[in-house]
Design a protein. Structure first.
Length: 259
């Protein structure tokens, strides 16, 4: 009512009481703080339209061209999406009851095949990365000296068996795996997780190296069942001598001097 009086008030009206009421109400309106409005969060409609269209496309994909949900991340995601939207995996029709046309089906199969290839490539790259990481972190002896002989094999027949030792690789007794390379400690190499002995443990071996001009297996023993001990000549076990060590160990054989 006061708002109506303020809007329709005739300033020539001489009633002092009315004038005072109108003036007071006008001051109140002028000084009244504005009510705070709650912020309204709006999502662009186009985003929902795009999502809706994508979901409709997912619903139209026939089951027989979907990737295996047990082995494929894409297949698992599609299966979950279709399930949430009320379409069981056995339903091969679209949301509108229409079956995707042959052209769409062919394209979908191509995309699924491409995605499967990408997933396989990613798994292969991860496997290669793990191999390289293990190689970088592995113990290759003092100053990484064993890296220089990686891939080198030494063959030697001792007794009735032919032994094949691959540096940083494996050790065989004929065709029987004695062990895979496990690591290095001082001048010894360790091999483990070999073929299981009959009624015994898995084979394993320790190869102790002594300084020699070339790599050569010297002997083999079996202190415990299927646990082998090898002795081997190798330049890897040789240590460089300082000038002081050479001078200290130098001996002059005067008997061989011709005077």
């Amino acid at each position: 009512m006061l708002q109506n009086l303020l809007e329709n008030y005739n300033p020539n009206f001489n009633d002092q009481a009315v004038k005072q009421v109108v003036s007071s109400f006008a001051d109140y309106i002028s000084n009244k703080p504005e009510a705070e409005k709650e912020p309204v969060w709006e999502m662009p409609q186009i985003t929902f339209d795009q999502i809706s269209k994508k979901l409709q496309d997912v619903m139209k994909i026939p089951d027989n061209v979907l990737p295996n949900s047990d082995t494929s991340l894409l297949g698992k995601a599609l299966k979950t999406t279709r399930s949430l939207l009320g379409k069981p995996g056995s339903d091969s029709q679209s949301k509108n009851g229409e079956i995707a046309n042959k052209g769409d089906t062919k394209r979908i199969k191509q995309l699924v095949a491409e995605i499967d290839d990408i997933e396989k490539s990613i798994l292969q790259k991860k496997s290669e990365q793990a191999i390289y990481t293990d190689g970088i972190n592995a113990n290759h002896g003092k100053e990484d000296i064993y890296r220089a002989v990686k891939g080198l094999w030494v063959n030697k027949k001792i007794g009735e068996y032919n032994y094949k030792l691959g540096f940083l690789d494996a050790l065989y007794q004929d065709t029987t795996l004695v062990g895979r390379f496990m690591g290095v400690q001082d001048n010894s190499m360790f091999f483990g997780h070999g073929s299981k002995c009959w009624n015994g443990p898995q084979r394993s071996a320790r190869v102790d190296m002594v300084c020699g001009e070339k790599h050569d297996l010297i002997s083999v023993s079996e202190p415990e069942k299927c646990q082998y001990r090898f002795l081997m000549y190798s330049p890897l076990a040789c240590e460089a001598m300082s000038e002081e060590q050479i001078a200290r160990n130098f001996k002059l054989d005067r008997a061989r001097l011709k005077i």
